[in-house]
Design a protein around this ligand. Structure first.
Ligand SMILES: [Zn+2]
Ligand SMILES: [Zn+2]
Length: 433
């Protein structure tokens, strides 16, 4: 352990406050627990300045994960480095950059899972399936709803705030950085995985499928027809308008805005009225006034009808599914068109997916599922965070994603209200009384 680590030894003699989950369900307690310490040379210990409460925290809270172990909650946090293992030194130049550059006192964002930056999956950008992957807030890895947290493989996992602000410092709000831990990269991923799908990319670029394939002799065929402007009418849906759904919608609109010479419309669907109201406020800030409007908010039945009306009953080119249950997946299947794409980032649980092989055959539908590779999405998400401070920067305003910043003293009540859909995104300041 380095001298830096020795500093931790002094701090580590103390206790800290943390939000803890007790199985089987609905039992949150704020307790005093021991401080985390460096257990591996690649570890860092972070003093948490803000921690997020996320929809996926509710899976454990509701007892859906059937794990019989008390754990420290939370997988979203930002903070300040207070201790580093011995791997962090100027000679570590062969390893991910932070092993030779991260210092005590640096401000960092942590993705919600560990990613080493060195394994096959990390090197390819598929960082959510790192061979060392571990999810914060599980029995294996104490979470970030605490005053301090240990981050394994920290040189690959963490992201320095300085890397965002040194490039473009433009009134970036501190609380908005927390969105980089999970929900904004996940929204970016939902949109990117749809728009970069080979079935969609060709058409967005004005070429008949499969123009943007990988076989050079096909890609270079000059005979590939250009699509007419009429064929470049796109319809997208976002299913689920919680905070991640809003991030997906904002990301989608931002990316589509960069595609030249297309016409596109987006329907944003959620059965909950308060969520639809929030999205209307976001859209009022976000989209230039267009006729007809680029994005429309709808409940389920309205959404289905709009897709029919807009597309002559053909369906959406792509659906972003941001809920994580079978009714959302079924809706996505229902409204997607043949050769369409369903990009699913919802955290699905044990039930089998609600389709037969014949169903998916009949539509030539493509599904992309799974956890966001946050570390790979972070540069894009950080740029979007800076660009859209009007949505991501505020707290408690009609168009803000973050409802409020609370103390751990209110954690028990906040989990109850959040579980019932009574509030939006809440952050905890672990140092607030
Ligand atoms: Zn989350
Ligand atoms: Zn890895």
């Amino acid at each position: 352990m380095t001298a830096m680590g020795t500093d931790l030894g002094r701090e580590a003699t103390g206790d800290q406050r943390a939000v803890r989950f007790y199985p089987p369900a609905y039992d949150i307690r704020v307790e005093t627990v021991s401080m985390p310490v460096i257990v591996d040379p690649d570890d860092a210990v972070i003093k948490v300045t803000l921690a997020g409460l996320c929809g996926s925290d509710l899976h454990a809270y509701r007892g859906h994960e059937e794990v019989d172990v008390v754990r420290t909650c939370g997988h979203e946090f930002i903070g300040e480095v207070v201790a580093l293992g011995s791997s962090f030194n100027p000679n570590a130049s062969e390893r991910p950059l932070l092993y030779s550059t991260l210092k005590i006192g640096d401000r960092v964002v942590s993705p919600f899972t560990v990613s080493c930056g060195e394994c096959h999956f990390c090197r390819l950008g598929f960082s959510s399936r790192c061979v060392f992957s571990a999810l914060f807030g599980t029995p294996d890895l104490p979470g970030g709803q605490a005053q301090f947290v240990r981050v394994p493989k920290a040189g690959g996992t963490l992201f320095k705030v300085e890397n965002i602000t040194s490039v473009l410092h433009s009134g970036l709000s501190d609380s908005s950085l927390l969105l980089l831990a999970d929900i904004l990269p996940t929204g970016v991923f939902a949109a990117l995985q749809a728009l970069q799908h080979p079935k969609i990319t060709s058409l967005l670029c004005g070429k008949q499928y499969p123009h943007h394939g990988f076989v050079p002799r096909y890609v270079q065929l000059e005979t590939t027809p250009n699509l007419s402007f009429d064929d470049r009418n796109f319809t997208f849906a976002v299913v689920g308008l919680g905070p991640v759904g809003i991030c997906a919608l904002v990301s989608l609109l931002d990316m589509l805005g960069d595609v030249p010479a297309i016409n596109y419309r987006v329907v944003a669907i959620d059965p909950v009225a308060s969520r639809r109201e929030k999205v209307k406020s976001v859209l009022a800030v976000l989209t230039p006034i267009a006729t007809p409007p680029r994005a429309v908010v709808a409940d389920i039945e309205e959404g289905k009808q709009l897709v029919k009306d807009w597309t002559d009953d053909v369906g959406c080119n792509a659906v972003l599914e941001v809920v994580g249950n079978n009714s959302a997946l079924l809706l996505a299947y229902e409204i997607v068109r043949p050769f369409g794409v369903i990009s699913s980032v919802g955290v699905h649980q044990a039930p089998p997916v609600p389709f037969t092989g014949r169903d998916v055959y009949k539509k030539n539908v493509s599904f992309d599922f799974g956890r966001c590779p946050v570390r790979a999405m972070l540069p894009i998400a950080a740029a979007l965070l800076l660009k859209r401070q009007d949505v991501f920067g505020g707290v408690g305003e009609p168009a803000s994603l973050i409802d409020r910043i609370a103390s751990f003293n209110d954690a028990v009540a906040i989990y109850e209200v959040f579980d019932k859909g009574g509030c939006g995104k809440i952050l905890f300041d672990p140092w607030k009384n």
